[in-house]
Design a protein around this ligand. Structure first.
Ligand SMILES: *[C@@H]1O[C@H](CO)[C@@H](O)[C@H](O)[C@H]1NC(C)=O
Ligand SMILES: *[C@@H]1O[C@H](CO)[C@@H](O)[C@H](O)[C@H]1NC(C)=O
Ligand SMILES: *[C@@H]1O[C@H](CO)[C@@H](O)[C@H](O)[C@H]1NC(C)=O
Length: 386
């Protein structure tokens, strides 16, 4: 019985893992224009007196072996409430359209442009990266988030969501904090860019704090919340690359005990939309074998014997001259099943065709380290969470 439950839980996880692939693609086809000149233009528009940062509380939701940290935003006038995940891999925020008849849309909240007095049509088509099956058109409307209202914001009105995994996702849409200032080749501005242009925040700097246990989290825009971290931030540079414009930061190395995950030309990206560390199949297999991981019938995923966790080695990430350490209890995804039975799933998940040099740091990582995304200085910062 326990075995069956375990497999079901893990299959949910596998599907989550598989579907997360497009979220971590290096290519961001929607931001092909060089970002540098745009950064300069936007920075020049900064007001001398910078407005204070704004913060959005996030709620932790666990479902099907996934862990979500979700916030609320509203679209239109009067505001239509939407529950959103914070996605740093994509520049265009999106919500389901009233015109979408797919089951995902009818099961979630749907934006109705006819009910908003501030709606402006745009009509440029958008589509998420390959395999996610989310598409629609760009529209413009007021978006309120963290107590700030951005007017005329370009966002995606999804008219087709044909994604088996998304069906179970509790969020309606996505608040996009992808790298850059432009949501598309056509040049509409991202929500962060608009907030700066409209004087709602002073700089392209965002911080994410994810609490441990049942605590939720907090997204801060236009600055960081120093009360949510202890100690200095270690800043890892984001290398500007025309093809790979993303929050991919260079770090020195990643290893679990004696087993290396990456030792040269290593890149990491911190995502709150998955709990796991995603890496190549080979890297995950090497680590999970060393941890005594066992096959649970899902490629790239390993179970761990919970009673051995205390004996397992530490994860060490060398970033910007600092060592970020995580204990086995912190890097393992631990489920509590009915009757208080615990199941342990290795946090290290292998994905097919995944770049050897790239590691995704999911919410297990972010529940230990406060993460800052600094566009003005093209860097990502990590500090101990407070
Ligand atoms: C939704 O349908 C209405 C009525 O057909 C149409 O006017 C509007 O442009 C559609 N919106 C989108 C995003 O497809
Ligand atoms: C996207 O659609 C294709 C074709 O219908 C399907 O095979 C694939 O599983 C879908 N992707 C997701 C994530 O559901
Ligand atoms: C990945 O690392 C190898 C050496 O370990 C290097 O040759 C290659 O250029 C790196 N790839 C990227 C994308 O940096």
């Amino acid at each position: 019985m326990l075995r069956l439950v375990s497999v079901l839980v893990c299959l949910g996880t596998l599907e989550a893992a598989v579907v997360a692939v497009p979220h971590v693609q290096l290519d961001v086809p929607h931001v092909p224009a060089p970002v540098q000149p745009v950064i300069g233009a936007v920075l020049e528009q900064r007001k001398a007196a910078e407005p204070a940062p704004v913060s959005l509380p996030l709620t932790k939701v666990e479902a099907d072996g996934q862990r979500y940290f979700l916030g609320e935003m509203s679209v239109g006038t009067p505001g239509q409430a939407m529950t959103v995940a914070v996605d740093i891999t994509f520049p265009l925020s999106y919500v389901p359209s009233i015109n979408c008849s797919d089951q995902f849309c009818t099961d979630h909240k749907q934006y109705d442009s006819a009910a908003s007095s501030t709606y402006e049509a745009d009509g440029t088509p958008f589509e998420l990266s390959l395999g996610q099956n989310v598409s629609g058109v760009i529209s413009k409307d007021a978006i309120s988030v963290a107590g700030a209202t951005v007017s005329g914001q370009a966002f995606g009105e999804a008219t087709a969501v044909w994604n088996s995994y998304a069906l179970r996702a509790p969020n309606d849409g996505v608040l996009a904090l992808g790298f850059g200032f432009s949501v598309s080749q056509e040049g509409a501005t991202t929500i962060m860019g608009s907030m700066i242009e409209q004087g709602l925040i002073g700089q392209w700097l965002a911080g994410i704090w994810l609490g441990r246990g049942d605590a939720g989290g907090e997204l801060t825009l236009g600055g960081l919340n120093d009360d949510r971290r202890s100690g200095e931030l270690a800043w890892a540079p984001v290398t500007f690359n025309e093809e790979h414009q993303s929050w991919m930061a260079s770090v020195e190395s990643l290893a679990v005990g004696e087993t290396s995950i990456c030792s040269e030309n290593c890149f990491v990206t911190a995502l709150s939309t998955t709990p796991y560390f995603f890496m190549s199949m080979d890297a995950a297999k090497a680590v999970n074998d060393a941890l005594g991981g066992f096959d649970i019938g899902a490629p790239g995923v390993a179970g761990l014997d919970c009673s051995t966790l205390y004996t397992l080695p530490t994860l060490e990430i060398e970033a910007a001259g600092r060592t970020l350490e995580m204990s086995p209890l912190e890097y393992t995804y631990i489920y509590t099943l009915g009757g208080g039975v615990q199941m342990c799933l290795s946090g290290f998940v292998g994905l097919p065709d995944f770049d050897d040099n790239v590691t995704v740091l999911g919410s297990l990582f972010m529940q230990k380290f406060y993460t800052a995304y600094d566009m003005d200085n093209m860097r990502v910062g990590f500090a101990d969470s407070a």
